[in-house]
Design a protein around this ligand. Structure first.
Ligand code: HEC
Ligand code: HEC
Ligand code: HEC
Ligand code: HEC
Ligand code: HEC
Ligand code: HEC
Ligand code: HEC
Length: 411
């Protein structure tokens, strides 16, 4: 795939000057009022995706390669992207202070040094992030989880200061249940909703965004279909294809809908539920300039003409979440062409002398890669943060991007 890196638009420049880099800012929420504690979802209701394999093998096999499935893993060598070799395993803060990534007998560690003396060593227990943009690492301390100071930043193939961290070594930033709500399928919290830091039961976590996040807990389905192998009709399972448009949007928006404030305990929202029953939802028309491209595809899509003027579009119109389709630009363009055709009279109106095959890439011109404000890190020795580039889901006409794409083709 050809990638056209866009100019930083002026409003973004202003924002970046006034930069307060907040990493995955959705995690910071102010819920001070007492939440009702009536958890109805528990780990016993889940079967785990390995059990789906016997009857849904094709979907199971392709799902293993998706960013969803891989978004949280127990830290093993094969899941960690960064280097532990001597020439590439340190992040330097200022003279004398650094964190080294070290492979030791009991695992992979982040080790803080001050003037060459080891001050603190913490194991990387959980990897968070499939690695498209980057990976952060979590450490267990009793039943608490802490984010480690150094993050792997994929665009630069480098270790970097974790986004949002000041230029000093911090090992004690607690992980919240909201963070895990978006990056796991289930985690059992041990503390009351307003107690901080929150504690988790490490034996009751289902890593990755797995089948049962989108289909509901499925132990009953597995039990029923196993006991009734001749039953061809499914029971006790949710197929989003049979849900309403808004129910489908709510499911994806629970993690791709930006910052949400909880009104119910963590991990109670299920596929088919109404998002507004679990979070305080802002239903006003979003201002696309204020939405970060990271983590709020719903907000941006909702503002687009495609979404507003069609009755059927959902995230699933363009995404088959059972497969890793990253970078398949021609395939995504085909999905645009299911609605936009010359016959329907709503095909692209661009007139150009360039020998461009419009049909092979609608995406770079209409959904340009844009720098994230939330996912930006300070690389060693750089005064300005470096931002991850993410597809804008505000589908629109971008004259500047078009010029860049056409210039690029000419060369
Ligand atoms: C013992 C076999 C079996 C197991 C195990 C199983 N399923 Fe199914 N499932 C079926 C059958 C049979 C159907 C109905 C035919 C079809 O749609 O494939 C079905 C249908 C479905 C449907 C579509 C439902 C609909 O109404 O259209 C979903 C979604 C689903 N299963 C998810 C899962 C998930 C997730 C798991 C693992 C947690 C799982 N299944 C485990 C047999 C099984
Ligand atoms: C439980 C939270 C959650 C839900 C629900 C969820 N996602 Fe995601 N999604 C994520 C996270 C987290 C990532 C980033 C994974 C990574 O790269 O580590 C992601 C990544 C993606 C990606 C990028 C895949 C890639 O190859 O980089 C797409 C596309 C996507 N989600 C679409 C959807 C759609 C469509 C739905 C609704 C059917 C949905 N997601 C529901 C959390 C969720
Ligand atoms: C509201 C849901 C939500 C919350 C809360 C959230 N994330 Fe994410 N995170 C996402 C989504 C969605 C993506 C990927 C798609 C995107 O950037 O829009 C992502 C991407 C990431 C990535 C990059 C993954 C990759 O493969 O490149 C990392 C690392 C990450 N998140 C870590 C965290 C950590 C650590 C926390 C908590 C401190 C957190 N996130 C909180 C939804 C969330
Ligand atoms: C990010 C959300 C998401 C995840 C994770 C997910 N699915 Fe689905 N699944 C969907 C959606 C959405 C549909 C409906 C697609 C449509 O509209 O046709 C679906 C449809 C299905 C169906 C119905 C038949 C079909 O082929 O469409 C089955 C069976 C199924 N999923 C099984 C699974 C299994 C097994 C896993 C895990 C290995 C899984 N799904 C993971 C979102 C998800
Ligand atoms: C479900 C049908 C559907 C799909 C799929 C779809 N669109 Fe649209 N799109 C529409 C409708 C409806 C409109 C508004 C009326 C019109 O122009 O036909 C629209 C409008 C647009 C516009 C004009 C926007 C503006 O602000 O003036 C562009 C550009 C566009 N679509 C590009 C795309 C691209 C690129 C894709 C694929 C990534 C896509 N569309 C996928 C239905 C769709
Ligand atoms: C009109 C088509 C279309 C619709 C509808 C759509 N997407 Fe996308 N999405 C795309 C394209 C195209 C990409 C870029 C894929 C690539 O190049 O790998 C993308 C990429 C993504 C990514 C990865 C972002 C990145 O740059 O790494 C996420 C996450 C995502 N979509 C989530 C969603 C969610 C959630 C919804 C519903 C709110 C949604 N999408 C609706 C077309 C669409
Ligand atoms: C080289 C960049 C580029 C590519 C590639 C491209 N477009 Fe466009 N598109 C534009 C520009 C610029 C306009 C506005 C043209 C004008 O002034 O009428 C536009 C206009 C449109 C419109 C709006 C039509 C209207 O009625 O206002 C739609 C819909 C659209 N494109 C869809 C697509 C689809 C679908 C594809 C892929 C098959 C595609 N475009 C490929 C740049 C592009």
């Amino acid at each position: 795939m050809k990638i056209f890196i866009p100019y930083f638009r002026s409003f973004l420049t202003i924002v970046i000057v006034a930069f307060a880099v907040i990493f995955f800012s959705q995690c910071i929420h102010s819920e001070k009022e007492k939440l009702p504690v009536t958890p109805t979802v528990s780990i016993n209701q889940f079967a785990g995706s390995a059990s789906c394999a016997q009857c849904h093998k094709n979907i199971y096999d392709t799902h293993l390669n998706t960013a969803h499935y891989l978004t949280t893993r127990i830290a093993e060598e094969k899941f960690i992207k960064g280097s532990f070799n001597k020439d590439g395993n340190i992040f330097v803060y200022d003279t004398g202070h650094l964190v080294a990534m070290e492979k030791r007998d009991s695992g992979f560690y982040q080790v803080g040094y001050s003037n060459g003396i080891e001050k603190i060593a913490r194991r990387m227990d959980i990897v968070i992030g499939s690695g498209t943009m980057g990976q952060s690492f979590l450490n267990w301390n009793k039943n608490w989880l802490f984010q480690l100071p150094v993050t792997y930043f994929s665009a630069a193939h480098q270790w970097s200061n974790s986004p949002g961290y000041p230029n000093k070594i911090i090992f004690n930033r607690p992980i919240t249940s909201r963070c895990l709500e978006c990056h796991t399928t289930f985690a059992k919290t041990l503390t009351d909703e307003n107690e901080e830091p929150e504690a988790f039961d490490r034996n009751q976590i289902i890593y990755g965004v797995d089948c049962e996040k989108c289909h509901g807990p499925a132990a009953e389905h597995v039990a029923y279909q196993s006991q009734n192998p001749t039953a061809l009709k499914a029971k006790f399972i949710i197929n989003p294809a049979h849900l309403t448009r808004q129910q489908n949007m709510d499911l994806c928006a629970s993690c791709h809908g930006g910052r949400l404030t909880k009104t119910k305990p963590s991990f109670q929202f299920k596929a088919g539920d109404k998002l507004a029953d679990f979070y305080a939802i802002d239903t006003t028309t979003p201002n696309t300039n204020s939405i970060d491209v990271h983590g709020n595809q719903y907000g941006l899509l909702r503002a687009s003409k495609c979404y507003r003027m069609s009755d059927t579009m959902t995230c699933n119109t363009c995404h088959n979440t059972h497969e890793n389709e990253k970078g398949k630009t021609a395939l995504f363009s085909q999905r645009c062409i299911t609605c936009h055709t010359i016959e329907h009279g709503n095909f692209c109106t661009l007139k150009t002398a360039s020998p461009i095959n419009l049909k092979s890439n609608c995406i770079d011109c209409h959904m340009p890669l844009s720098p994230s404000r939330a996912i930006a890190v300070f690389l060693a020795g750089k005064a300005e943060p470096t931002a991850a580039l993410i597809r804008s889901h505000y589908i629109s006409i971008y004259p500047e991007e078009t010029k860049r794409v056409l210039d690029y083709i000419k060369k």
